[in-house]
Design a protein around this ligand. Structure first.
Ligand code: GLC
Length: 397
């Protein structure tokens, strides 16, 4: 990683947990964000949805408050998805919220709310726009010339989102179709972005690696910075019929698995056409927030640990502390091994209950802990070391 990228990424790697928001015209229909393509809408027919899009419950401060309460430290919102509809005021398109029934710049309101409340702001932008010639179907790739107007639009709109809304912390590209960085002039595009927003971090979906990778609905540990993005149910945009929400313990498992592997989690919410978060998302976020308030020390600024208890779960590390992220609570004792440093103290993070420590060579037993797991989702034991924690055999770690 080059040193500039490392510096830019510092706050983001400490944050570890963010909220993704997929919201747009498609949210009105409640059949996911791909409805334009999957139901083969004509562009004019789809555009009529804009006459009905005047959400009454769009209260971005409440969104930010819910993200903050869940322990999230940044948010990434769809400024424009594959359907081409801009939630923001684009001068190079008429298909925008301010120029249709809503008559509002939702991105301006969102960015203001984030900034007022100390939340980092990320903009998602889909390079591809289904309304353009050659964009549909994806299986057919046309000669490069066919895409030039779409590429022009992308350059102009990325410039707009990087100039009209103050500081943008993250640019989250998506869907470069066809997948040709030369055709999309991605290097030139990102050069412009960095001139306009010198501290911005950029994802890898404009065909160049840039600052971080974006495994989708999967956790893929990588040596370079990465962020797994996940749906809470199985759809990004609001889908009425998709009630397959992951329970809170599954979200916590995903988050801790990311942190254990040195990555971030960007967890999606798909508000409905009125701007309301689905109730299942609200409830899950509350549970996650409760867990984060008790256990956030194991998440923020944390990364992979050289010492762990793999039979019991995962582990993270911050400086001289290791956090055993226990999914399978064994009762007392909690035993682990391959520990090359002296454990000075150990406690259940959520309750503060101290354990007594027995350490023989590289084997450790923590005693005096409850027989039953104090937390229903995941229990964290904080181990404090004298100096840097090390595995007894680095090859093992
Ligand atoms: C995919 C989908 C898109 C979603 C994105 C999130 O690329 O096309 O709908 O926004 O993933 O990562």
């Amino acid at each position: 990683m080059n040193p500039e990228s490392k510096n830019r990424l510092q706050w983001w790697q400490e944050a570890r947990f963010g909220m993704f928001i997929h919201w747009g015209l498609y949210s009105l229909l409640g059949r996911g964000e791909w409805v334009f393509y999957q139901e083969h809408f004509g562009p004019e027919e789809y555009a009529k949805l804009a006459d009905r899009f005047h959400p009454q419950h769009f209260r971005p401060k409440e969104w930010v408050a819910m993200a903050q309460d869940a322990g999230m430290r940044y948010m990434v919102i769809t400024t424009r998805h594959h359907d081409g509809f801009c939630l923001y005021d684009s001068k190079v398109s008429d298909f925008t919220a301010p120029k249709t029934a809503a008559k509002r710049d939702f991105i301006a309101e969102f960015a203001d709310a984030c900034r007022t409340m100390g939340m980092r702001v990320g903009f998602y932008y889909s390079l591809m726009d289904w309304r353009f010639p050659g964009a549909i179907p994806h299986s057919v790739i046309q000669p490069d010339e066919v895409y030039l107007s779409e590429v022009e639009q992308a350059h102009a709109q990325v410039r707009e989102i990087c100039t009209q809304y103050g500081t943008v912390d993250i640019l989250w590209y998506d869907m470069m179709h066809p997948h040709k960085a030369d055709l999309w002039r991605s290097e030139e595009l990102n050069r412009m972005v960095r001139e306009l927003q010198p501290d911005i971090i950029i994802n890898d979906r404009a065909g160049l690696p840039e600052d971080f990778g974006t495994p989708e609905n999967v956790i893929r540990v990588d040596a370079r910075p990465w962020e797994a993005c996940y749906t809470m149910n199985r759809t990004w945009g609001y889908a009425k019929y998709d009630r397959n929400y992951k329970p809170p313990h599954e979200i916590i498992r995903l988050l801790t698995t990311c942190v254990d592997g040195g990555g971030n989690l960007l967890l999606n919410v798909g508000p409905d056409g009125e701007g309301e978060f689905p109730i299942e998302s609200v409830e899950t976020l509350r549970h996650v927030g409760r867990w984060m308030r008790a256990n956030g020390k194991a998440i923020y600024g944390a990364g992979p640990s050289p010492i762990s208890a793999p039979a019991l779960g995962l582990a993270s590390r911050v400086g001289d502390r290791v956090y055993l992220l226990i999914q399978r609570w064994p009762g007392s004792p909690v035993a682990f091994a391959w520990c090359g440093s002296k454990v000075a103290s150990a406690r259940v993070l959520s309750t503060g209950q101290e354990a007594t420590i027995e350490q023989k060579g590289d084997r450790v037993w923590l005693r005096g802990l409850p027989d039953y797991p104090p937390d229903p989702y995941m229990n964290v034991i904080e181990l404090e070391f004298d100096g840097e924690p090390r595995a007894s055999d680095p090859a093992y770690a």
